[in-house]
Ligand binder design. Structure first.
Ligand code: GLC
Ligand code: MG
Length: 257
């Protein structure tokens, strides 16, 4: 680490990780703002949301001001100054486009009963997103999509994210929140002493797999339970929900006193 670099990086999911407990989020936001102003923290919001829905959340939901935004589950990266309509980082987009075809990805959903497309704004050239909660057995349907991709020998190009018993995304294998964070650190030449990630659902798994210090909030979805068996990690399982759990975890890792 060089002296003009922040010592800490926090990459956190938004929905049900920061949101869900307003007083706790207010407290967390104040603490993070102080650290950012002191140059000690680089904050990444790492989310399934679109950029616009992050921006509107600053005022409406009291989300903390970040130094970078990873949107649409790691298929888009944004750097400041943030405003609606800014372009995502072109180099990341180009890298992901190389091996991914939306048409091919859609084919893996053909004939799966109960599949329902998410709104067009959540379906991009680099992200196919559907709801599976109306499938007779959502979890089995999700597994079937993964199996089909494996059988087509296409796992090297496609990553399936299964979240909250409802959302299934197919994105480029090289994408996802964990990969996007790694790329961003390299791109900005950031070498923090410590990097902490925080999340609550399946689309956060890649962050917990990529980095050893994670905060799993108490309201986490069952798909994160497997992290308790990850022997080589230091993940912290908070007893508080949402932002309260993040505060608890940041104290555990020493980022907050
Ligand atoms: C967010 C996105 C949605 C995605 C989900 C899980 O809710 O808007 O498209 O399916 O995260 O990754
Ligand atoms: Mg979430």
């Amino acid at each position: 680490m060089t002296s003009d670099q922040p010592q800490w990086v926090l990459a956190t999911d938004i929905d049900n990780t920061l949101t869900g407990d307003e007083p706790a989020l207010r407290e967390l936001r104040q603490e993070l703002d102080v650290m950012r102003r002191a140059g000690e923290l680089f904050l990444i919001l790492s989310t399934g949301r679109r950029l616009e829905d992050v921006l509107s959340g600053f005022e409406r939901e009291g989300l903390p001001e970040p130094d970078a935004i990873i949107a649409q589950v790691g298929t888009e990266i944004y750097l400041p100054p943030f405003s609606s309509g800014i372009a995502p980082l072109a180099a990341w987009k180009e890298r992901l486009q190389r091996d991914f075809s939306r048409g091919r990805a859609l084919g893996f959903l053909d004939g799966i009963e109960g599949v329902e497309m998410q709104l067009p704004e959540f379906n991009t050239a680099l992200k196919v997103s559907v709801f599976l909660d109306k499938a007779p057995d959502p979890h089995t349907a999700a597994e079937r999509v993964v199996r089909r991709i494996e059988e087509a020998d296409a796992s090297g190009e496609h990553r399936v994210l299964w979240s909250s018993g409802r959302d299934l995304d197919i994105i480029p294998e090289a994408a996802g929140k964990g990969n996007a964070i790694r790329y961003l650190l390299e791109y900005l030449d950031l070498n923090p002493d410590r990097l902490i990630v925080a999340g609550d659902s399946g689309n956060d798994l890649s962050m917990f797999e990529a980095f050893p210090c994670g905060i799993v909030v108490a309201n986490a979805q069952p798909e994160l339970h497997i992290l308790r068996e990850a022997a080589d990690s230091e993940h912290f399982f908070a007893s508080a929900k949402c932002a309260g759990g993040v505060v608890e975890g940041l104290r555990h890792f020493g980022l907050l006193a």
